[in-house]
Design a binder for this molecule. Sequence first.
Ligand SMILES: [Zn+2]
Length: 81
Amino acid sequence: MCGNRKVHTYSGHLPECPWCARGRLGRFDPFPALPDLAGGGAAGGGAGAGAGAPAAKFPTVLLVVAALLVLALLVVAVATR
Ligand SMILES: [Zn+2]
């Protein structure tokens, strides 16, 4: 196990953590963001699921109302012509 990050796992025969070596070289390290992603993902998913249903419904209602308004305007425009 890596001494810097517990999520770093590597074979014991390696002299040092290859993931930390990658980080020092400026390479992409897939591990550091994992804890943040898990916490943010869970919180975001919960909030998204709660706000997702109304958020998905609300624009649809707005679209229907807007379509009805446009239809009413068209009817009025045709009727008053
Ligand atoms: Zn490491």
